[in-house]
Design a protein around this ligand. Sequence first.
Ligand code: NAD
Ligand code: AKB
Length: 314
Amino acid sequence: MSKDSILIIGSNGQIGTELAESLRLIYGDDHVVCSDLKQPETIKGPFEIIDILDKDGVYSIIKKYSITQVYLLAALLSATAEKNPKFAWDLNMQGLFNILDAAKEGLIKKVYWPSSIAVFGPTTPSVLTPQYTIMEPNTIYGISKQAGERFCEYYFQKYNVDVRSIRYPGLIGYKSAPGGGTTDYAVHIYHEALKNGKYTSFLSEQTTLPMMYMPDALKATINLMEAPAEKVKIRSSYNVAGMSFNPLEIAESIKKHIPNFEIDFNPDFRQAIADSWPKSINDAEARQHWGWSPDYDLQSMTDDMILNLRKRMQ
Ligand code: NAD
Ligand code: AKB
């Protein structure tokens, strides 16, 4: 049994719900403490109410459970952040500082903090966007993620903090609902296809974005966290790619299961956010440094989503 004890902050969200399950399989229920602003409907292992902005509260939970690793997932995502930019900046940045400082002070040994493809902006080359390129994000979410990446690297270089990060694309899964992002349509579309046979997309038909199926995101996250430190050569955040598609293409993949499925389009404010992001990602460094490769493409993800959502709806 590993001696590590893990704290997930923001564990009720889209990633946290599934990450907690995966980490508990590896480390055991008692070694993975979940935490969020509110209690979830069902609690399987240790759970604590934590507000990431309450530094003393966070530190006391870290001490209570002798936590060695923190996965910091609490944040406002792109669409929600645009509605409350000042609060999004405060939450996304101060939350990160509280955990980086805990590591700097020797309270914890390892930190996971997710970045996003939102660090890229309209001036970034949008096809096969490389690890190192122009980064001029024009959303508050992207600005906070870019600043967060710089601070992760700074804390690694100055204070030897073992912080690891991935620039997730849009994530898609059947176990949990997305929490206010621009890529959320690619989750909603499956639910609406199965319930109503039709979906109105808030992004236009040709909006191609990088996406990833949740099992691949969990694999990337855990592989990066378990990689020997010398293999983690990038301490800002790693590009990782899964697949790229637009609303029309995901609809086509759904039609293989639901032939009468209909999609129409009514773009809203999220269109401008999506238009500022890459269409596809070059993840050569993640592949070379710690052996990343995805298992799912669009059709195999759709097959699995439909199969599992159908089971859940029975
Ligand atoms: P989510 O919105 O589904 O979950 C975030 C969780 O954080 C929620 O349960 C929320 O209650 C909690 N939270 C909010 N404020 C908090 C606070 N003050 N203290 C404690 N908890 C708080 O988000 P997610 O999709 O699970 O994303 C998790 C992380 O991954 C975020 O940093 C996000 O930017 C990043 N990310 C997600 C995606 C994606 O597609 N889901 C893509 C790229 C990056
Ligand atoms: C969002 O759309 O905000 C997230 C992300 C890509 O960071 N899914």
